[in-house]
Design a protein around this ligand. Structure first.
Ligand code: UTP
Ligand code: MN
Length: 579
């Protein structure tokens, strides 16, 4: 028990900005402060010396203060919750270190003219702001066709060509003006001669012949189609084209069946899986996952990641990251959660991967893994049955306020409610345009595994599953039985649900904020941030953490802001990571 004398109390008075902090957590903090005699101010007066917040940038706090009509005392420290936690741990007011201070989002977010007239932007995409809605969409869409084409070709040089196109497109997304003449791009080293030629074409003629040729080519169209099948990458897609297959129907008719469960179910439910998942569907499913997970493990954190977290209004799947502040308590959660979801008849098929994480992995050279995005978390990759009613927008708007901590706040309020009683509400979207399947193509293209053998019928379906598969509906899916259906028959049957891709990922809390950054993306943001960490800081960044390879030391983080801080990067909201 802390004695009152143990405090270097001075005149320290602490005010906690309540926004974004889960109610229960806030109560607990206040109780602990009282117990330990740490002076707490109920309002933000001039006597306050430390303002504690869960917000991730000074600007965000300033916005809220303004809204509430509060004024930040000039001499007060603006600190992250970590500071208060450390005070409580130490039972005294500790000094404010650099890592406790809330950071300001860097001013130089976009392009600027240097004295010599040349345009400069920060060198790395992870240093810039890239939003879904930007001023050069027509140009970036065209450049990303070139990128996708290179990715689909999948040859020796194609990966670096694809990356070069993506870099150029990323720079254009960050520009504070709509490009009207390629001469405006002088000085941007990521925009090379090839891209400039294409941009010139676009700006002068309204279209680029090179891009148009690709879009019109039947090879590209077929590759896009085939790689949009769950589990199919460029190499199998090429084989199908070589075998003169033209359509998904052809693929099905020719009994080209993979032994890979993803391909079997991906083909059967091709239409469902290639129609965009709506934000309302993601929210409804998330809410159920939250309810069930909370029942199994009170205090669990359930976070929607991926494109939805970056503000997209639709996506190709639903990525959900789960953790619990008490490290180790998350073990066994996934198994039980899947059983609970199955009980609610939400699971169609999927595969559970055990955690393959070992401490040594952190220090292994990761040059090879730069290209992929594989991590070692325990996870379930599968297909769920989303009732069609999920497509109605019904959840409370707090679900749309993205952040890692407060959404569990919103959700825990909802968790007690019956979903059906949750009131209708409209939500505003960052990107009002319907997303094309473009991104999902890229995703699929990177998914291919070498195990794509062919299996003629679906009799052998269950044999290909190991004990980690959840295939409740598949168990019933025996061909030949008059009662039960093959995946194809199930897909064709009258049903009130849509098949949707879902990823459930379990992260230990000590790795959670790195996992959050990794699973939020974008994929290019990760690729760029990892390369930047390696080249500029000599650090290894993964979804498991940040490591100093020389010192064999990990740099733990207890917020996303801290991850950015360790990386010496200005903090970027998820909406700004759309590069
Ligand atoms: P997605 O491929 O789902 O991308 O991966 P997305 O941005 O959400 O796109 P849509 O909207 O579904 O089409 C989400 C994030 O998770 C990372 C990816 O790098 C991306 O940033 N990820 C994905 C991994 O880290 N590991 C994986 O195995 C898969
Ligand atoms: Mn996604």
């Amino acid at each position: 028990m802390a004695s009152q004398e143990s405090f270097r109390r001075g005149d320290a008075v602490i005010f906690i900005v309540p926004h974004k902090i889960q109610r229960k957590r806030l109560e607990d903090m206040k109780i602990s402060m009282k117990k330990k005699n740490i002076p707490l101010a109920e309002s933000l007066g001039p006597n306050v010396t430390h303002v504690v917040t869960e917000f991730e940038s000074v600007e965000q706090v300033e916005k809220v203060l303004k809204k509430e009509g509060w004024e930040l005392p000039k001499t007060a420290h603006l600190v992250v919750i970590k500071w208060l936690t450390e005070c409580l741990k130490a039972s005294k007011i500790i000094d404010v270190q650099q890592s406790h201070k809330l950071k300001r989002t860097e001013e130089t977010e976009s392009g600027d003219k240097e004295e010599d007239g040349n345009l400069t932007v920060p060198e790395w995409a992870c240093q810039r702001v890239a939003r879904l809605v930007h001023l050069n969409k027509k140009l970036t869409d065209a450049i990303e066709v070139l990128q996708e084409h290179a990715e689909l070709r999948d040859g020796h040089q194609d990966y670096s060509r694809a990356l070069a196109f993506r870099r150029a497109s990323c720079v254009l997304k960050s520009l504070p003006f709509a490009v009207q003449d390629v001469r405006q791009l002088e000085g941007l080293k990521d925009v090379g001669g090839h891209v400039k030629r294409v941009l010139s074409d676009l700006l002068d003629n309204g279209s680029s012949s090179e891009v148009q040729e690709i879009l019109n080519s039947s090879w590209y169209q077929k590759m896009k189609l085939f790689t949009s099948v769950f589990g199919i990458g460029p190499s199998t897609a090429k084989k199908w084209i070589d075998n003169e297959l033209e359509s998904i129907k052809d693929v099905k008719r020719n009994s080209v069946r993979s032994s890979d469960w993803r391909v079997i179910w991906g083909l059967a439910f091709f239409e469902d899986l290639n129609s965009p998942v709506l934000r309302s569907e993601a929210d409804r499913f998330l809410s159920i996952v939250q309810q069930e997970a909370e029942k199994l493990l009170p205090g669990v954190i359930v976070q929607l990641c991926g494109g939805f977290r970056r503000g997209k209004s639709s996506g190709h799947d639903v990525d959900i990251l789960l953790t619990h502040p008490k490290e180790g308590s998350e073990l066994g959660l996934l198994h039980n959660l899947l059983l609970a979801l199955e009980k609610k008849d939400l699971i169609l098929i999927g595969h559970k991967e055990k955690s393959s994480f070992r401490q040594e992995i952190l220090f292994q050279d990761f040059k090879l893994s730069m290209r992929g995005q594989l991590d070692h978390f325990e996870k379930w990759l599968g297909i769920c049955k989303f009732p069609k009613s999920f497509q109605e927008q019904r959840l409370d708007s707090c679900l749309h306020n993205d952040d890692s901590n407060s959404n569990s706040n919103c959700l825990s309020d909802h968790a007690a409610q019956d979903l059906d009683s949750v009131k209708h509400c409209e939500h505003s979207e960052a990107d009002t345009q319907t997303q094309t399947q473009g991104n999902s193509q890229l995703h699929k293209a990177s998914q291919e595994k070498s195990s794509e053998g062919t299996v003629p019928t679906c009799h052998s379906l269950n044999e290909s599953f190991d004990g980690t598969s959840y295939e409740p509906s598949a168990k019933k899916a025996k061909c030949g039985s008059s009662l039960d259906a093959c995946p194809d028959d199930l897909a064709d049957s009258e049903r009130d649900w849509v098949a949707r891709r879902v990823d459930l990922i379990i992260a230990p809390y000590s790795q959670y904020y790195y996992a959050l950054v990794g699973w939020t993306g974008s994929k290019h943001f990760n690729r760029d941030a990892r390369l930047y960490a390696q080249k500029v800081l000599g650090l290894k960044l993964t979804s498991h953490g940040l490591f100093d390879m020389a010192k064999k030391e990990a740099l733990p983080s207890s917020s996303e802001a801290e991850v950015f801080h360790h990386l010496k990067l200005p903090y970027r909201d998820p909406e700004d990571r759309n590069c």
